[in-house]
Design a binder for this molecule. Structure first.
Ligand SMILES: NC(=O)c1ccc[n+]([C@@H]2O[C@H](COP(=O)([O-])OP(=O)(O)OC[C@H]3O[C@@H](n4cnc5c(N)ncnc54)[C@H](O)[C@@H]3O)[C@@H](O)[C@H]2O)c1
Length: 320
């Protein structure tokens, strides 16, 4: 079996590529190595994968329709895992156009390439817990109404779900969207809260704590996310189109997360309490029953187990 992973040099894409390869899949990675965050980290992840039997990579932008079409025609994948995106809620308030470009136009290109492929692949794509917007009903269920996004990032992820539905309906191609809930682990993104906290803590700076620490997040360890992705990719029994939450089913208090990280790093955190940021949501909490029933998904990693893994990698990678 062969999978094309767009965004393979990203945090989740790198871990997913490693797991597919471990399971004997052929993996073709596509990434444009954009400079939203430190490109060296992306290159280092790609270098870790390079040379693994069954792996090949293409430096390509999903907005390049011609290049993408050629890649699909030459590789003829069984599954396409679309992770390439412009992520980040806060960045979407200052850089809206790149979200439209990569997340909407790029995603449309991926849909078109799947549709016109000689052997139409199953498309598994990244959505996000952010589509739940200011939903206050906990835990978040896939049947909840998600028509009121509070960031442009969330709006583009919701758009992906709608576009995929249309393609499944019109062209009978299988598309499965996964709403990821705050993923973390080794090889983490530097723009995410845990990385920013670790950096500040290890340099003796105060960490910025929004909404005075009164926030909750369903933190999901990347190995659990990858396990869910692989189950979906390998399952033969899923519907033509569906959407699943993929989280940890534990909504952690932000201050507990900070304490767990500080303990793992062996430091006493200094905190700067700040108001809520525009576009942010107060809490996320995933119901994971639907994915559990569909493919047996069962996350295993608590933050007490997962955060020390991240902390150890962070210190080693940054030499701190
Ligand atoms: N990490 C999380 O907590 C989280 C939560 C919800 C959803 N997601 C989604 O999961 C996916 C992966 O996220 P991640 O955390 O690994 O992010 P990431 O930024 O580390 O990975 C995305 C990768 O896509 C690549 N990319 C960006 N634009 C591209 C383009 N136009 N063409 C080709 N490649 C492009 C980037 O270079 C990067 O390597 C994204 O779709 C993101 O929106 C992530």
């Amino acid at each position: 079996m062969k999978v094309i992973i767009t965004g393979f040099a990203g945090f989740i894409g790198f871990h997913a590529a490693r797991e597919f390869l471990r399971r004997g899949w052929e993996v073709v990675g596509i990434d444009n190595f954009c400079d939203y965050y430190d490109v060296k980290l992306k290159r280092d992840r790609a270098a870790m994968l390079g040379g693994t039997p069954g792996f090949s990579a293409r430096e390509l932008d999903i907005c390049d329709l011609g290049g993408l079409k050629a890649a699909f025609a030459e590789e003829s994948p069984d599954v396409v895992l679309n992770l390439a995106a412009q992520p980040g809620v806060r960045y979407s308030t200052t850089h809206p156009f790149v979200y439209q470009k990569t997340n909407v136009e790029g995603f449309l290109n991926v849909l078109e390439c799947c549709r016109h492929a000689a052997k139409v692949p199953k498309l598994v794509f990244a959505s996000s817990s952010s589509v739940y917007g200011g939903n206050t009903k906990m835990p978040f269920e896939e049947s909840d109404q998600v028509d009121t996004p509070v960031s442009l990032y969330a709006a583009t992820k919701k758009a992906n779900e709608l576009m995929a539905h249309t393609y499944s309906h019109l062209y009978k191609m299988q598309t499965i969207g996964l709403r990821f809930f705050t993923v973390y682990g080794a090889w983490y993104r530097p723009d995410m809260a845990l990385s920013l906290f670790a950096d500040a803590m290890l340099h003796g700076r105060p960490i910025k704590v929004f909404n005075n620490g009164d926030m909750r997040r369903d933190f999901t360890f990347v190995d659990d996310i990858v396990d869910g992705i692989v189950r979906v990719a390998e399952s033969g029994g899923l519907p033509l189109y569906d959407i699943y939450n993929i989280g940890n089913h534990r909504s952690e208090k932000l201050l507990d997360v900070i304490k767990t990280l500080a303990d793992a790093l062996g430091v006493e955190p200094k905190m700067e309490m700040l108001p809520m940021q525009p576009g942010d949501v107060y809490a996320t909490y995933a119901s994971i029953e639907k994915l559990n029933k569909a493919v047996g998904y069962e996350p295993k990693t608590t933050i007490k187990e997962g955060i020390p893994v991240f902390a150890k990698w962070y210190r080693e990678y940054h030499g701190l």
